[in-house]
Design a protein around this ligand. Sequence first.
Ligand SMILES: C[C@@H](C(=O)O)C(=O)SCCNC(=O)CCNC(=O)[C@H](O)C(C)(C)COP(=O)(O)OP(=O)(O)OC[C@H]1O[C@@H](n2cnc3c(N)ncnc32)[C@H](O)[C@@H]1OP(=O)(O)O
Length: 375
Amino acid sequence: MLDAATSHHLLGCSPETSVVMLGTATYPCLGPFSVWSPSMLADLIYVCICVCIYIYNIYIFFFFLTGHAGNACLEMVISMWKNLLQTMKERILQQRRMSVYNQAHGYEEELVKKQLQQFAGGSINLTKEDSGIGILTLNNPKIMNAFTGTMMLELQERVTELENWKDGKGLIIYGAGNTFCSGSDLNVVKAISNSQDGMNMCMFMQNTLTRLMRLPLITVALVQGKAIGGGAELITACDFRLMTPGSEIRFVHKLMGLVPGWGGGARLVRIVGSRAALKLLSGATRVDPERALHLGLSEETLSSSDEAGALEEARAWLSQYTEGPASVIRATKEMVAAGRELLLEAALRTEKDIFGTLWGGPANLQALATRPKHK
Ligand SMILES: C[C@@H](C(=O)O)C(=O)SCCNC(=O)CCNC(=O)[C@H](O)C(C)(C)COP(=O)(O)OP(=O)(O)OC[C@H]1O[C@@H](n2cnc3c(N)ncnc32)[C@H](O)[C@@H]1OP(=O)(O)O
């Protein structure tokens, strides 16, 4: 269930019209400050104090440099820091809105990051193409692209980069070396085997994958080889999945005495329904391309098995949906994301707000002028 901050994010619907859903009750949102948790305010107070200290330091610096503190200089410094404060505030708010957990849930992100930093290896690479398609590569082929701690951190960084990519329309996620991903690196799993550490990793990955799922981009997981454990969970955070011949999706968690923890369980139920999800999870079932198609877990089985060919096919498949102005594609994804996550009335209000951002806008006016019919 989403809070007002999330529904606000899911699409820039105004906070006044968004809805706060707490438990089963629905409350009209009173204004922008009603979405601020104590921990968010603490962050902002901290930023404000830092900014004051910086301003003071710069003031002293100019005082010594010029022998006097000119008003113009002081104003310039203040305006510079006002802008910085605004940018930082927006960044913090945006990331909080997208995420599931923060300090109010006992989640200490900086501590989790420090711990994950200890398990190095592999990388997550992002290429942003001029066509508005991003290519995200899971790159740790020696261990079938299993996630080390630093890869988890890099995934979060790449998602932040994608959130800030205003020209983006689509994203393809694939694994290096002809295989998708075999989940968490088992060395990390063994090293953090106590419950609290596991929960911390789980909250970190849920936050990142939730933000990935809510990107205003049409996202596709290109599954070659194997998507296992956390790898299977990752593909459920994408809008679509394409599989290559001989590839396999498998939720092996039961065999490890676990259930999914990166949000893959909840998302799988929404993709294939609760009966099929229960079978796949409790049977640790191998899902081949044919079965995935049948379940609606995959959109299409590609013909190429090699990396370059499969990637080209995935690009062509995605381009059917990303052709056109970025503003319209992004709004379409945001509207569908709201429909997927919000209760109906909130989703309808969000749709109205998104509609308002496009109606009479450049893409709309140009379409009316050049293409009044759709034969
Ligand atoms: C908790 C959960 C989550 O967070 O949601 C998780 O994802 S836990 C992680 C869930 N994933 C797993 O349990 C996968 C465990 N791995 C496997 O079952 C198997 O490796 C397969 C993925 C089926 C691939 O078998 P296949 O015979 O094709 O290759 P292989 O076993 O020789 O694997 C190639 C190399 O990659 C390594 N390797 C593969 N998966 C790994 C992983 N997750 N962590 C660490 N190393 C891994 C293997 O040890 C091997 O290294 P060497 O050549 O040096 O021996």
